[in-house]
Write a protein that binds this ligand. Structure first.
Ligand code: PHE
Length: 355
């Protein structure tokens, strides 16, 4: 029995002195591992007389449990020490000045965020859809009849047909997100859908990949007046000045009636000033959602009406921030980004200013 007391004393001393987790585990293995001292003694129980066993069995079990408990509590203490040391050494001084050499937000990203801020204030939420679309969402459900020339007007990029002969497209506009939203959500619907769009076109004001923001409202009793009000409020908020607009009749297969909205502007040397002046510039397409589109999405046009609009984000960014060539936006020139980019720390907000 004195053996047991001595062993206990030896291990409790060693455990208390252990100053790291690896060392502690070595001590545990030396005592309780398969070939450990206490395990070997327990194995010896088989050779003992029944009387000896009666005494030594519980004593050895007790020793084993006590050592295990000491190891556990030392382990917790060491882990806590390690965490405290990490917390103490990994502090961050929040009052340090910001590293201004960090990257900037791309103007397209900035403008999309500004738009999200303005429309979310009017109760819109943000919806998304895939860049690679099928014919149904990009065209058919949007009331482009099969073989209709309007499909070619979009300069569509077609993918190679898959094994079933289905030919997907790179979406030519964000309008397919309208379709996905109307199929998946019940009215009332109020969404904007920002994203990439693709058309086979490239010059000073066109790039094969560009960005659009789509808007969609479906609610009982919605009419053209709501559409005009939303868009008029939007442009003035976006350009951060009063902007005079006009709506011109237009044609889109998916809206009826359809319109394009122009903003008044004037040239001041090389600069374009939006808001006042004697010229008009088209900035977006819009209209009341065509009954065929509502029907394609399982919405009863006798009950629900709605409007939609779509605009080019890149062009609006160029107009607002005075960039001359659309192609520069996607040239990945860090000097250009340094000049036209926005601080990632300044969030667009209606209260503190959009830009
Ligand atoms: N999808 C149209 C385009 O890309 C824009 C639009 C959207 C027009 C919604 C009307 C309604 O040209």
């Amino acid at each position: 029995m004195s053996d047991i007391a001595a062993i206990k004393e030896k291990y409790s001393g060693e455990i208390a002195a252990a100053d790291n987790l690896a060392g502690l585990d070595e001590i545990r293995v030396a005592a309780l591992g398969k070939k450990g001292e206490v395990s070997m003694m327990m194995r010896g129980l088989g050779q003992m007389s029944p009387e000896e066993k009666k005494v030594m069995g519980p004593a050895l079990n007790g020793l084993k449990n006590e050592i295990a408990a000491l190891v556990e509590s030392r382990k917790s203490a060491l882990e806590l020490d390690a965490m405290n040391a990490a917390l103490a050494s990994e502090t961050m001084d929040m009052s340090l000045p910001v590293d201004t050499s960090m990257g900037t937000l791309h103007p397209v990203q900035q403008v999309m965020e500004e738009m999200a801020v303005i429309f979310s204030d009017m109760g819109f939420s943000v919806a998304e859809g895939p860049d690679i679309e099928d014919d149904f969402h990009n065209f058919t459900a949007l009331n482009f009849p099969p073989g209709h020339p309007a499909r070619d007007m979009h300069d569509t990029f077609f993918m190679t047909p898959d094994a079933e002969g289905e030919q997907k497209v790179l979406r030519t506009h964000t309008s397919p997100v309208q379709i996905r939203t109307m199929i998946n959500q019940k009215p009332p619907i109020r969404i904007i859908a920002p994203g990439r769009t693709y058309r086979c076109d490239s010059d000073q004001t066109h790039t094969p990949m560009f960005h659009q923001v789509e808007g969609l409202v479906i609610e009982e009793g919605t009419h053209m007046g709501h559409l005009k009000g939303v868009l008029m409020d939007f442009v003035s908020a976006f350009f951060e000045t009063d902007v005079d607009v006009q709506f011109r009749p237009h044609h889109f297969p998916f809206t009826e009636p359809s319109a394009e909205m122009d903003v008044r502007y004037e040239r001041d040397g090389a600069a374009i000033k939006i808001g006042q002046g004697d010229k008009w510039m088209e900035i977006l397409g819009c209209g009341m959602v065509h009954p065929n589109v509502l029907r394609a999405c399982g919405i009863d046009p006798e009950v629900y009406q709605g409007f939609a609009f779509g605009m080019g984000v890149d062009r609006l960014a160029m107009l607002k921030y005075g960039m001359p060539d659309l192609r520069d936006m996607f040239a990945a020139d860090t000097r250009w980004l340094g000049h036209y980019g926005f601080s990632p720390l300044l969030q667009a907000s209606l209260a503190t200013g959009l830009s």
